[in-house]
Design a protein around this ligand. Structure first.
Ligand code: ADP
Ligand code: MG
Length: 526
C-alpha cells in the first residue's frame, strides 16, 4: 500500500487526526492536497511562520489569516469550526513535547471529534515519534521515498531549471532511487552543472552523490566488495542454501509463487567467515551491499533512534534488490533484555521496528545478520518467521582447515601443493579461519625476514606460537554448540571436532574472555 492509499484508507475509516513524518514537506503537502481533493473538502495549511493559508485544488495558496500563529488557538478554532474541511499543520514538531500539556490535550480532543461536520487534521513533522500519550490515538504514517515517477518529475524540473537536455533513461532514475526529492534535485543539479546534460553519462555522477548522501546517514554504509564464494572455506550447507535462495530473486520466481527471501542469521564462533560470507553473497548475487550499523542507530538525540532506523530501512528498500548486512547484531542490541528499563524501551522499539519490517517487507532486501554471541540476543529475533533460517557457523573441521589454508596461501600467490597441508591441519585443531589466515601472514613475515621462500615450517611455527581463542573460550563454544543443536541449522555438513582438552597448567589466562565482557551492563549480566 502506498502512503497515499494508506492516508485515504484511514480518512475513509473516519480518522479525524493523522500524523505524517517526513522531511519532504512538499511531497507531504502534495499528498494532503490529493487527499482533500478526493474527499471534496476545502484545504487550509497552517504553520507558525505563515499563519493560515487557503489552498486550492492545484496547490496554490492565499493568505487567509496571517495573524493566526498561535498553535493552541488554531487547534481550538478547528475544534469549534462548524465547517467541514482538511487542515494541514506543518512543522508541528516543536509543539509535540510533553511540556505543552494543553496543546497535547487539544490534539486528543481533535482525535475524538465527531465525524460530522467532516473535519480532518493532518500533522506534519520531519521526524517520527509522538509523545507517549498521543501514540495510541494518532496514527503516524511515513512517506515512502519517491518512486521512479516522482524522480522523473524531479529530473525534468532540474533540467528545465538549469536549461539542459534530459533523457528519461531508467538507469538514471534508478541511480537516484533511495534519495528524497530534495536530495535527488541536488544530485541531478550537480550532475547537470558538471556535464551540461542529464542522460546516461550522468549515472555515475548521480550514483556518487547518492553514495555521499548515504554516507552522511552514518547508520548505513555502501560496502563495495569483490569477495567470492570460493574465498570462503567450508560452510557447504549454507552455500547450497544461499544458492537456492538467490535463485528466488531471479526472473520468474515470483510468478512461480515464491516470495522474495527475507534473510539469514549467521550465529557462531568469531573469525569463522560469517562477515566474509555476507560480502560474498552480495558480490555473487551482484546486489549492492549496505552495511547497517545498528549501534549507531542509538546515537544522538533522544527520540531520534526510531527515526534513524526507519530512514535506514526505507533507503534499503529503495535500493532493492540489495543485501542489508547487520554485522554483530548483538553489539547493537546491548541494551536489550534485562536492562529494558534503562533506555525507556528505545532498544525494544527499535528491534520491534526492525522485526516488523522484516516480516512485512516484500521488496527484495536480503538481510544478513551475524552474531558471535547468543546470550545478548533478544529471543524475539530468533523466533520463526523473522529470518528464513538461522545457521550456526562452527570452527572449521580438518578438511575445511585445509581448504582455508589453501585459499590464503593461494592469495599470497603461492601454490598450496608446495606445502604439507596435512601437517598444518594437524597442528591447528580449534583454530578459526581468521587465525589460520593470520598464521599464513605471520609465516610470510618470518620468511621474508630470513630472506627465504615461505615454507611449511614458517606457517607451522606461527601456528604453534598462536593461542587460539577456542582455548580461552572453550565453555562459550560448547555452550553455543549445545544451543545451536536444536535451534539452528549447521552451516557445515560435518560434525564439529571436539575441542582439545587443556590441563589447568597450560590453560591460558582468562584475560581475553574477561575483556569481551561489558562490566557496565546494569543488573550484572555477564
Ligand atoms: N571459512 C573461511 N574461509 C576463508 N577465510 C576465512 C574463513 N573464516 C575466516 N576467514 C578469514 O578471516 C577473516 C575474518 O573472518 P570473519 O568473516 O570476519 O569472521 P566472523 O565474521 O565469523 O567473525 C576473513 O576476512 C577471512 O580472511
Ligand atoms: Mg565478523
Amino acid at each position: 500500500m502506498t502512503t497515499y492509499d494508506h492516508l485515504l484508507h484511514l480518512s475513509r475509516a473516519g480518522a479525524t487526526l493523522l500524523h505524517i513524518a517526513s522531511y519532504e514537506w512538499e511531497r507531504v503537502r502534495g499528498h494532503v492536497i490529493g487527499l482533500s481533493n478526493a474527499m471534496e473538502l476545502p484545504l487550509r495549511v497552517w504553520s507558525q511562520s505563515t499563519g493560515l493559508l487557503a489552498c486550492t485544488e492545484d496547490g496554490e495558496t492565499r493568505v487567509e489569516d496571517d495573524a493566526a500563529i498561535d498553535p493552541l488557538e488554531i487547534l481550538r478554532q478547528i475544534h469549534s469550526s462548524d465547517e467541514p474541511g482538511v487542515w494541514l499543520l506543518e512543522d508541528f514538531q516543536p509543539f509535540l513535547r510533553e511540556e505543552h500539556h494543553p496543546l497535547l490535550r487539544w490534539l486528543r480532543e481533535l482525535a475524538r471529534m465527531p465525524t460530522s461536520p467532516r473535519k480532518l487534521v493532518v500533522l506534519s513533522t520531519p521526524l517520527p515519534g509522538l509523545p507517549m500519550d498521543l501514540r495510541k490515538e494518532i496514527p503516524t504514517i511515513e512517506l515512502d521515498l519517491p518512486g521512479v515517477d516522482d524522480l522523473r518529475v524531479v529530473l525534468h524540473d532540474a533540467a528545465s531549471a538549469l536549461g539542459v537536455r534530459a533523457s528519461d533513461d531508467e538507469a538514471l532514475l534508478d541511480a537516484a532511487r533511495g534519495l528524497t526529492v530534495m536530495e535527488a534535485r541536488l544530485a541531478f543539479g550537480k550532475a547537470a552543472a558538471e556535464l551540461g546534460r542529464l542522460d546516461l553519462g550522468a549515472v555515475p555522477l548521480v550514483a556518487r552523490e547518492k553514495e555521499r548522501i548515504i554516507k552522511q546517514s552514518e547508520v548505513l554504509e555502501y560496502y563495495p566488495t569483490d569477495a567470492r564464494m570460493t574465498d570462503v572455506g567450508g560452510l557447504d550447507q549454507l552455500k547450497v542454501w544461499l544458492d537456492r535462495r538467490g535463485r528466488a530473486f531471479g526472473a520468474g520466481a515470483r510468478d512461480f509463487g515464491l516470495d522474495a527471501p527475507k534473510g539469514v542469521l549467521l550465529l557462531g564462533v568469531q573469525g569463522c567467515g560469517k562477515s566474509l560470507l555476507a560480502k560474498a553473497v552480495a558480490a555473487t548475487w551482484q546486489f549492492p551491499l549496505l552495511r547497517f550499523d545498528l549501534g549507531k542507530v542509538f546515537g544522538g538525540i533522544v527520540g531520534q533512534s526510531e527515526g534513524n532506523i526507519r530512514t535506514a530501512l526505507q533507503v534499503a528498500q529503495a535500493l532493492a534488490p540489495c543485501v542489508l548486512w547487520i554485522d554483530e547484531i548483538e553489539k547493537g542490541l546491548a541494551g536489550m533484555g534485562s536492562s529494558d528499563q534503562t533506555d525507556g524501551g528505545t532498544t525494544a522499539r527499535v528491534v520491534g521496528t526492525l522485526l516488523t519490517w522484516m516480516q512485512e517487507k516484500r521488496d527484495p532486501v536480503f538481510v544478513v545478520a551475524t552474531a558471535n554471541r547468543i546470550d545478548m540476543l533478544p529471543p524475539e529475533l530468533l523466533r520463526k518467521g523473522r529470518f528464513d533460517e538461522i545457521f550456526f557457523v562452527d570452527l572449521p573441521t580438518r578438511e575445511v582447515r585445509e581448504e582455508i589454508l589453501s585459499i590464503h596461501i593461494g592469495k599470497k600467490r603461492r601454490d598450496p601443493k608446495d606445502y604439507d597441508l596435512a601437517d598444518l591441519v594437524e597442528r591447528s585443531v580449534g583454530f578459526s579461519g581468521a587465525e589460520l589466515e593470520e598464521a599464513v601472514r605471520e609465516g610470510l613475515y618470518d620468511a621474508f625476514a630470513e630472506g627465504r621462500e615461505l615454507s611449511t615450517e614458517h606457517i607451522a611455527h606461527a601456528l604453534d606460537k598462536t593461542f587460539p581463542l577456542s582455548r580461552t573460550m572453550r565453555e562459550q563454544i560448547e555452550g553455543l554448540r549445545q544451543w545451536a543443536k536444536v535451534r539452528a541449522r549447521l552451516a557445515s555438513g560435518q560434525a564439529p571436532e571436539p575441542l582439545p582438552q587443556d590441563s589447568a597448567e597450560t590453560a591460558a589466562p582468562r584475560l581475553r574472555q574477561e575483556a569481551t565482557r561489558n562490566p557496565f551492563i546494569p543488573g550484572g549480566r555477564s
